[in-house]
Every structure is written in C-alpha cells, then in structure tokens.
Design a protein around this ligand. Structure first.
Ligand code: HEC
Length: 156
C-alpha cells in the first residue's frame, strides 16, 4: 500500500478552498453597478462600525444576531411589543431607509406612536451620529438575504 502525499481530507479541503475563491472572483467580476454602489457605501469598515454600534446599543433588545425577542408579535402585559428581529424573519426590510433612519433617530414613540400605541424602541439621535446610524443600518442589511435586500432597495 503506497501512501498518498496528502491525506484525502486535506486534498478535498484545498479543492474546496480553491473553488470558493474562484466563485468569489467570478461574483466580483459580474457584480452590477448597483452592487458596486452598495459595496462602496457598505464597505468592510462601515460594516465593522455598524456591527460594533449594534452590539453596544441594540443587541440587548434585538438579540446578538438580530434574532429579536421571543413572541415579538404579541404585545406584553404593559401594551409594549417585544423587540422584533432585524434579520430576514422580521419586517425591518419592509420599510425604506428613510423610515428606518427616522425610527432609530427619534424612537418608535415619536416615529409612529400615538394615543393607545406604545413603543419600546428608544431614540438614538442624541447618542449616535448620522454616520453611526447609517453604519448600523448597513449592518442590519447584512443580516438579510439577497431577496429582502432587493425588495427593500426598491421601496420609496
Ligand atoms: C430597549 C430595547 C431596544 C433597544 C436597546 C433597541 N430597540 Fe429597536 N425596537 C425595540 C422595540 C420594542 C421595537 C418595536 C417597537 C414597536 O413596534 O412598538 C423596536 C423597533 C425597531 C425598529 C423598527 C423595526 C420594524 O420592523 O418596524 C428598528 C429599525 C429598530 N428598532 C432599530 C434599532 C437599532 C438600530 C437599535 C440600536 C441602535 C435599537 N433598535 C435598539 C426595542 C429596542
């Protein structure tokens, strides 16, 4: 029995790594202008800032990976809704950027509350700069799938 220069598992791993690099290169080469624009505004630095803003300010309620609080669709005894997910299972992607920025800046009560509607979403306009709010929104978008991103991008 002759021994192979590399165990089969290691060879498979190398092939898998090669294939994923090739696939990424093809995707980059085929990216549309729209993707290009998104990459510019949601570059690695923006996403890193957004992830850290999220971890510090949002994760306590919306979950570390934006998974939201349990039973987020049912109001609690105090009439306030639990924090919804920000991933594809929630409805953050049902709203255009302007609405989301407004909610984050002025809080849920000022954005859409009213008599009988109580929102547990705090305002962050004082604590966060507009760049930080844009970055956290870019991070939230990175939690969505391509379909949700395309749907939300087309909203006005
Ligand atoms: C104290 C808990 C809490 C924190 C902290 C918090 N949120 Fe929320 N957020 C909520 C709740 C509760 C709602 C749902 C409010 C409602 O609909 O009444 C909400 C709703 C939202 C919505 C609207 C989602 C939709 O689909 O309508 C956005 C956007 C949002 N939050 C972003 C953020 C961001 C970004 C941060 C961090 C900068 C943050 N939230 C921090 C509790 C929180």
């Amino acid at each position: 029995m002759t021994s192979l220069p590399l165990p089969v598992g290691a060879v498979r791993r190398r092939i898998a790594i090669f294939l994923s690099i090739a696939a990424a290169a093809i995707l980059l080469a085929c990216g549309s202008e729209e993707d290009e624009a998104r990459r510019e505004t949601s570059g690695d630095e923006v996403l890193a800032l957004g992830a850290s803003v999220f971890a510090t300010n949002c994760a306590t309620c919306h979950g570390e990976r934006g998974e939201g609080q349990p039973n987020w669709q049912s109001r609690k005894a105090d009439g306030v809704l639990p924090a919804p997910p920000h991933d594809s299972t929630g409805h953050t992607w049902h709203h255009p950027d302007s609405v989301l920025i407004e909610i984050i800046t002025v809080g849920g009560q000022a954005a859409y509350g009213g008599p009988g509607i109580m929102s547990g979403m705090p305002a962050f306009g004082e604590e966060l700069s507009s760049d930080e709010i844009a970055a956290v929104l870019a991070y939230i978008k990175s939690l969505w799938g391509d379909d949700e991103r395309a749907y939300q991008r087309a909203l006005r």
